[in-house]
Design a binder for this molecule. Sequence first.
Ligand code: HEM
Length: 264
Amino acid sequence: MLWDTSLAVINLLAPNRPANRVVPAGHPGFNGEWPEYVPPKEGDSRCSCPALNAMANHGILPHSGRNITFKELNATIRTTYNFSPSFCYFVPNYAAQMLSRDYSTDTFDLSDLDVHNGIEHDASLTREDVAFQPDQGKPSPRLVKELLECGTGPNGDLTPADLSRISGKRRTESRVGNGQFSLSTFHKLFGSSNSSTLLTIFGGRKDDLIPFLTEERIPDGWQSRIRHPFGLTLTEFNSTVLPVEFGIKEELPWNGKPKKTKSA
Ligand code: HEM
């Protein structure tokens, strides 16, 4: 955390990168030029994360989605999306621990990340719950449409209040409709963290989120909206994630039982 906080402070003082120079020279996406998008083929491995699937679809991670090293994941999420080095170290390490693998020497396939209630959880905004959609590797057209249509910002862009509102709706819907529903406080925070990348890295921009969420494709010319030289730190990220999470209101009490109404 000390490392992350230090980077957050340096980011406050150092000038931002130009909007068209966020991806460093020599890396895919430099100048907004992304490698060709090829949708997943039969046998390719994909997961519940649109950002990692998009990297595989563009060949930034192996297109097969297989035999990825955790170090490779660290390096590529840094240059592609401009998360901070601390985030890019922390999350792949967390994933390695979750899978009981060695961060430095082992590999994984994207679908390995879909351990239910590891990072993957119920009431996601882009996937049906695992009880209804055992293969979490594809977006749910119904949910993505609803998410993309819920923006109340300029041009229909997503705002923090939109994400809180739609997350509350999803949590209520899952709690009522999914007999196997579970969502710990920890996974609620994971959920809000994942969805808050749409506000930070993507600036909530609907036009960019349409290809990203429907096809898991990075739009031509796109670069991360986070322009700090040391990327999006966990410290800065929390200032978006926490208001999104605390703004979520489920329409049922926490025990999931319908509210008592006065009998007629
Ligand atoms: C080491 C890197 C990462 C890992 C291991 C990872 C893993 C995951 C997993 C397992 C999920 C599914 C959670 C759920 O059930 O909803 C997820 C969702 C998501 N992730 Fe990632 N992710 C990583 C990096 C990123 C990055 C860099 C971004 C953004 C640029 C991102 C954006 C998202 C989004 C938007 C969702 C969908 C949330 C939803 O459907 O509600 N992830 N990620």
